[in-house]
Design a protein around this ligand. Structure first.
Ligand code: M6R
Length: 605
């Protein structure tokens, strides 16, 4: 889960490499590094910590050169320190790598026997030393191709050569890699986002391909060194959505722009005049679908779990959900009439991409629900349904979750209509209700003041629990995930009905417990579970549209959620939980946009 960049130019590349690395920090931010070539010298500078640290080092001791590579790291092999930071260089080669070399131990042993010395604990250094070895009697392209033959695992590589100081070689297997084009300057990057400030002309490498970049030319080859032609895509304009404005951090910006996220998405998919849903081109005729299989990771997976309840409620279809890291290794009985849906904000999540690949290999029709439309998952799917949320920068996913749920809800409604599972009156009513969702979210955001007070209880808490039933259960999971990743506090999400089967033992005096109890068919049951928690000392925050019906003077806080339509409750329950995680993290002075140990895009397994 690292970010790589390479630039070949007719002018100094250092500041553009640094700017690109800042854009790539969403992929990893535990160490950073750069290598350039000037006057036939390889200059390497690296450090643990953020790109800002690297910038300070370069200020005092610049790395000049018109050609260079850079890296931001999320440590897999070896702790995040200066030695393990990329690039990994020998006397003559410098390499940046995103991915994992699975057979690095055995390769290392072989190379050590041959007299090669390793400086780091990384898997990447074997690539540097293999290329160094093969460069003795071949040119850069042949040396790289020969080295790649020995590698097992995944990689996107950027490689500099001291003695051929005008070229960068890029190579891809498993991890994404893009090439950008400009005048007197060409680029290599982990994704188009890294290159967007410099160019909007992009090509993508496919698995097994390599490229050779100079300031004036870009050439692509397959593994047998045959030249290949690549399509050049022209990307859409960046609409400045990545500016913080008056917000303290991106997460608060992204939480508060959710009414707009919803409006934008509704504008794309709702025909307000005909009260219909503009979703066509299903890869399988919805009447012929026999089952829906939803796959994702983390927050994206939670949106799949919410959708399971909607699809079951609105259609006569069976639904299965699975986290991508399990899906890819399960013995799934693929069925051509099953619609396989892959949900991902970034569209680069390694497990989700691999799960999609497996479905494709089994000749299944695939759909992806994506935020980044230029992403690998989007490019590989038969049908792409974007969520139109705009760039999400905060590592904790907020507006993308709302967008994923919205697209899944709209899709469930449309499938229900096409299959004749819902009558016209009900369908139109549900579409009209959707139009009230932005205002509903706006009202939910007003709970912030109360949430801020409740957040203080978490400062002395050992842990916390989030409980719900039905579609509120995955929202409880999402609330717990948000709190964990932002505030580093233990949090459990549980179906409220499971408490007596073990987790009730965790409840003790003062433990914060968040009860999600909208007035639905589970309401009374969830409230009984809440009473059991209070009886054992739990400090309860109740979130409900009918909290006034609940009598217990020992409820610490009640938060009123707006009501629009029972099926839309998951959206309105989500907002206070995002705010809670945000405010606990703020009180604990955690890094809101870049929580420890994490990265925005999980591009390794
Ligand atoms: O980009 P994706 O939606 O595929 O990412 C999936 C998860 O890594 C992501 O949702 C993660 O769980 C978030 N950091 C949670 O806030």
């Amino acid at each position: 889960m690292c970010g790589i960049i390479g630039i070949a130019s007719n002018k100094s590349v250092t500041s553009n490499i640094i700017n690109s690395l800042k854009r790539l920090e969403y992929r990893g931010y535990d160490s950073a590094g750069i290598a350039t070539i000037s006057k036939k010298n390889l200059n390497e500078k690296k450090c643990s910590g953020r790109v800002e640290e690297l910038e300070k080092i370069l200020f005092n001791s610049p790395a000049q050169g018109n050609i260079g590579i850079g890296h931001v790291r999320w440590a897999t092999h070896g702790i995040p320190n200066e030695v393990n930071a990329h690039p990994h260089s020998s006397e003559i080669v410098s390499v940046v790598h995103n991915g994992i070399i699975e057979n690095s131990n055995s390769l290392k042993k072989k190379l050590e026997k041959e007299g090669y010395k390793f400086k780091s604990q990384t898997d990447t250094e074997v690539i540097t030393l293999l290329i160094t070895k093969y460069l003795k009697d071949s040119n850069p392209i042949d040396a790289v191709l020969k080295s790649l033959e020995y590698l097992e695992g995944s990689f996107a590589l950027g490689i500099l050569f001291k003695d051929q100081s005008d070229i960068i070689i890029g190579a891809r297997r498993g991890s994404p890699l893009a090439v950008g084009y400009s005048n007197n300057e060409n680029y290599l990057g982990s994704d188009s986002y890294a290159l967007k400030a410099m160019t909007n002309k992009i090509s993508y490498l496919d698995d097994g391909e390599i490229c050779k970049i100079t300031k004036d030319s870009v050439e692509f080859f397959d593994v047998s060194k045959n030249k290949i032609n690549k399509k050049i895509l022209v990307l859409s304009e960046d609409k400045n959505e990545t500016k913080l404005g008056d917000y303290k951090n991106f997460m608060s910006k992204e939480i508060f722009e959710q009414p707009t996220t919803i409006k934008n998405c509704l504008n794309e998919y709702i025909d307000k005049i005909r009260n219909d849903i503009n979703l066509y081109d299903f890869p399988i005729d919805p009447k012929k679908i026999n089952k829906i299989f939803l796959v994702g990771c983390g927050t994206a997976y939670h949106s799949c779990q919410v959708a399971k309840y909607w699809i079951e409620e609105l259609t006569d279809l069976n639904v299965e959900t699975e986290v991508a890291s399990e899906f890819r290794y399960r013995k799934i009985r693929f069925n051509p009439n099953t619609l396989y849906i892959f949900v991902s904000q970034s569209g680069e999540t390694a497990d989700t991409a691999a799960a999609l690949e497996i479905a494709k290999k089994n000749k299944m029709k695939t759909c992806s629900i994506i935020n980044v439309v230029e992403s690998s998952i989007a490019r590989n799917s038969d049908w792409v349904v974007p969520i139109h949320a705009g760039p999400e920068i905060g590592v904790a996913s907020t507006k993308a979750f709302i967008g994923q749920m919205l697209v899944l809800y709209i899709m469930s409604l449309k499938i229900s209509k096409i299959r004749g599972n819902i009558d016209d009156k009900n369908y139109i009513e549900k579409i009209k209700n959707l139009k009230n969702l932005p205002q509903g979210i706006e009202n939910s955001l007003k709970t912030e003041e109360l949430i801020q007070i409740f957040a203080k209880d978490f400062l002395s808490a050992k842990g916390s629990m989030f409980l719900g039933r039905g579609s509120s259960f995955p929202i409880a999971l999402e609330g717990a995930l948000k709190l964990k990743e932002l505030s580093y506090l233990h949090a459990e999400g549980y179906p409220a009905g499971e408490m007596k089967h073990g987790p009730l033992a965790l409840i003790e005096d003062g433990l914060p417990v968040i009860i999600l109890a909208p007035k639905d068919k589970y309401f009374e049951k969830t409230i009984s579970n809440m009473q059991e928690v209070i009886a054992r000392g739990g400090k309860v925050l109740l979130i409900s549209d009918k909290h006034d019906e609940v009598i217990n003077e020992n409820i610490r806080f009640k938060i009123e959620m707006p009501f629009i339509d029972e099926l839309l409750n998951p959206f309105l329950l989500t907002i206070p939980l995002q705010l809670l995680a945000y405010h606990v993290a703020l009180l604990k002075k955690c890094d809101i946009d870049k929580p420890r140990n994490l990265a925005k895009s999980v591009t390794v397994e």
